[in-house]
Design a protein around this ligand. Structure first.
Ligand code: FA5
Length: 373
């Protein structure tokens, strides 16, 4: 037996044997220390376990360190030779530890990356829960898209224009000069007064007609959806911020019959054949002749109620043949081109189609109402 205190130790029974018989030689002992240490290093399966093995096989209390201390008992020559052997063993064990540390570190990093990998296709429990309450388009936006689809199917393109308009686009080019009485029914919010131009929040989508005719020569077959603003006290059929779907057709030989046929086709496709619609003479400064499109009130089925102010009818749109003065304002020859225009209330269409007694619910954002659509 070897120990820190000498080459040979007496057995507990006090029976001392000769070195050659029972006690392993120094070199056998060192070989065993190296073998055991190498096995322990190879058996470590984590970096933390390896750190412990490193302390056990190379640290101050390791068998190797004790063997080194035993060298003191040897004479100078033997100490030098044995010291070199121990040094070489330490170097080899350190190399083994370093190699194993690299292996384990790489495996652990790979495992961590795998664990942290972001799987974008994975459906988590919270996603399943949120899918149940997933949002959707507001009824007005849904309606706008449905109206666009109906008109696109009829050969119209879709265009948009600004919500802040100069006085010229919102009024003057539409044949509504300053002080024209029609301005009072389209009173709105003024963003700038006069300097250099009056700028308003548009009261209707009709100014987009002007932009379109200025920007592209006829023929024109377009619808123009968008938000409008009016100085209005909200009630069952009116909002201060609402939406319109403008329509404009400019071509050769367009007549009122084309306008009436287009309106009829639209109302039948959007509301179904059961809805009763009519054109009633109306007045707009930018169309001549002009009309209003009305449908039987879907709330009372024509009997008269609060929503339709007791008339049994609800106005959905204004329309008419484009006034020659408008063509002249945008440089289109009214002798060559004719056209019609219309402006449907999108919120009003949604109201009648979905039988909503009071339009104000559209702006209240009550999800119990909105989630029905
Ligand atoms: C106009 O705004 C014209 N620009 C329509 C037009 C276009 C006529 C092209 C001729 C040619 P009016 O103010 O009537 O017209 O509005 C048209 C439609 O918008 C109404 O029939 C209604 O459906 C809707 N509407 C108007 N005011 C409101 C409001 N305050 N709240 C909700 N919807 C409204």
């Amino acid at each position: 037996m070897t120990g820190a205190d000498g080459d040979v130790r007496s057995r507990s029974d006090g029976d001392v044997r000769s070195r050659s018989e029972e006690v392993p030689s120094r070199s056998e002992e060192v070989a065993r220390i190296e073998r055991d240490a190498a096995d322990a290093i190879g058996a470590a399966t984590t970096s933390a376990a390896l750190a412990e093995v490193q302390t056990a096989v190379l640290g101050k209390r390791s068998a190797l360190a004790l063997a080194h201390r035993d060298l003191a008992a040897l004479d100078a020559d033997a100490r030098r030779t044995a010291g070199k052997v121990l040094h070489d063993v330490r170097t080899r064990l350190e190399t083994l530890v370093a190699a194993r540390a690299q292996e384990l570190g790489a495996a652990e990093r790979a495992a961590m990356l795998e664990q942290d990998r972001l799987d974008l296709t994975e459906v988590t429990e919270s996603e399943v829960r949120s899918a149940i309450s997933r949002g959707r388009l507001h009824l007005v936006n849904q309606t706008q898209r449905e109206l666009e689809d109906v008109f696109v199917a009829m050969g119209f393109t879709v265009a948009e224009g600004p919500e802040a308009e100069t006085d010229w686009y919102n009024f003057e080019a539409l044949n509504i000069p300053p002080a024209h009485p029609a301005r009072s029914m389209w009173d709105t919010f003024y963003l700038e007064l006069g300097q250099p131009e009056t700028v308003v929040l548009r009261t209707h989508t009709s100014p987009v007609q002007i932009h379109l005719m200025e920007d592209s020569p006829p023929p024109v077959h377009a619808v123009m959806p968008g938000r409008c603003y009016r100085r209005e006290t909200p009630d069952a059929r009116h909002l201060a911020v609402f939406h319109q779907m403008e329509g404009l057709v400019v071509d050769h030989g367009i007549t009122f019959a084309d306008l009436a046929g287009t309106i009829e086709t639209f109302t039948t496709r959007y509301f179904g054949a059961d809805i009763h619609s009519r054109l009633r003479p109306g007045y707009f400064p930018f169309t001549e002749p002009s009309a209003e499109v009305e449908v039987t009130c879907t709330i009372c089925r024509g009997a008269g109620c609060r929503t339709c102010s007791g008339t049994g009818w609800v106005e959905l749109a204004g329309c008419g043949m484009v006034d020659p003065a408008v063509f002249e304002a945008v440089g289109i020859d009214p002798e060559e081109w004719t056209g019609f225009a219309f402006g449907f209330g999108i919120d009003r269409c949604a109201q009648m189609r979905h039988v909503i007694a009071d339009m104000r619910v559209l702006t209240e954002n009550d999800v119990r109402f909105l989630r029905q659509f």
